[in-house]
Design a protein around this ligand. Structure first.
Ligand SMILES: [Zn+2]
Length: 406
């Protein structure tokens, strides 16, 4: 199926713009391999390991009228990336939550959109480690781990976690940018006002541990993380961050991303509790800088506690009617929708958004799909195949298994 033929015109144009901005080889990653004589170890590692992006935004409609939205080529982008799976996430507070019930409605609509997109792509959700392994064994990058960023949809109702579990949710980010109507804890980019983890937040962690949902403490401030680790009986993940010593070249970007980065001390606390920390692609301008950021995290917490959590998007954004132009409209609105700005500072230039927003175009000099590129960069920096296997997905598999088993 050619996705372009069914995408709204603006999405198609956006795709052309992205592709046109780079060199011609971006249109055909294999051409780049042919020219640069890739290290044969790269393909072997990609094929032999379960590569997982622990935080990948798949933007789908969250309003009933717009479900399921334009078809997305998720399986094609996965195949191109070399990843075996992604934690497929979305947030319901991209747009301001106006009234009670909004957050839950958006969550249910988001899941319905994803159900439909997965069916169209011949893909399934992995509910446990066996599912992940089976998908990899069949050499099909055909699986996702259903994730959501922020417990807004709960609106204080613990029983909704069970409903979400039955819909395939296996990875819950407690917090996102805004507080839920019944808050779960303090968000690291907002003034602290809840004294860390709330009583409801603690209940949510216990219920996740009981059901078998992996708890993600991204966006939580230090007090919230500390309290959460005391409550949790299963290892946790902080899926997308970076070490606060790795600030990159862009001072403006670094200043704005600074509150979202983790200190060595914090990272050690999370790892000490058996958790893992995902290194995102923000603040790295090249694959080699990214590998260095991974190395910096490994130097602090060790090879067994680091994973890859890009905070990018494998597929194009869906722009809801209320913000960007309607599907079929004249083109992207300047500035895009707030969802596009997720975890990206306001004022980031078009160029920064062009390279960095989409997983398979994370860097301007990226010559191949995401995981191929990262494995290559990690090998060049001196990581062994075994280390890459762990960081690339093995560590996530261990923690996912502990969180979801029994
Ligand atoms: Zn986030």
């Amino acid at each position: 199926m050619k996705p372009q033929s069914i995408w709204p015109r603006r999405e198609f144009l956006a795709t052309l713009t992205v592709a046109g901005a780079g060199s011609a080889v971006m249109l055909n990653p294999m051409a780049a391999w042919a020219i640069s004589e890739p290290d044969p170890r790269v393909a072997a590692i990609v094929a032999g390991t379960i590569g997982i992006d622990t935080h990948n935004h798949i933007d789908v409609p969250l309003t009933a009228a717009d479900v399921p939205g334009p078809n997305i080529d998720l399986s094609g982008e996965m195949k191109k990336s070399g990843l075996s799976a992604i934690c497929m996430t979305f947030a319901v507070d991209y747009q301001k939550i106006q009234k009670p019930g909004d957050a839950y409605e958006r969550f249910i609509n988001g899941l319905a959109s994803m159900d439909r997109q997965l069916a169209l792509n011949g893909m399934k959700r992995s509910l446990n480690l066996k599912d992940l392994r089976d998908a990899h064994k069949n050499q099909q990058p055909t699986t996702v781990i259903q994730s959501v960023e922020g417990g807004h949809f709960l609106e204080g109702h613990l029983n909704r976690l069970g409903e979400a579990y039955n819909r395939g949710l296996r990875h819950l980010g407690l917090l996102h940018d805004s507080d839920a109507s019944v808050p779960l804890g303090d968000v690291f980019t907002n003034p602290a006002q809840w004294g860390g983890l709330t009583a409801f937040g603690a209940d949510v962690i216990r219920e996740c541990n009981r059901l078998g949902i992996l708890v993600d403490l991204a966006h939580a401030n230090a007090e919230t993380v500390a309290a959460a680790l005391k409550v949790a009986t299963k290892p946790v993940i902080i899926s997308h961050t970076g070490l606060d010593t790795q600030l990159g070249q862009d001072q403006n970007m670094a200043r704005m991303m600074r509150p979202r980065l983790i200190s060595k001390e914090q990272a050690k606390i999370v790892a000490g509790a058996g958790g893992i920390i995902g290194v995102w692609t923000h603040l790295s301008d090249s694959p080699s800088e990214y590998a260095q950021n991974v190395r910096a995290m490994v130097d602090v917490v060790g090879t067994d506690h680091v994973c890859i959590g890009t905070d990018t998007k494998l597929t194009p954004s869906y722009r809801p009617g209320g913000f960007g132009p309607k599907p079929g409209g004249p083109g992207p609105q300047p500035g895009g929708n707030p969802g596009d700005q997720h975890d990206r500072p306001p004022g980031a230039s078009q160029n920064q958004r062009r390279f960095g927003e989409r997983t398979n175009e994370a860097w301007a000099d990226q010559k191949a799909g995401f995981y191929y590129t990262v494995v290559d960069a990690m090998l060049k920096l001196g990581f062994t195949a075994d280390e890459i296997g762990k960081i690339g997905g093995g560590n996530f598999c261990r923690v996912f298994d502990a969180a979801t088993a029994g």
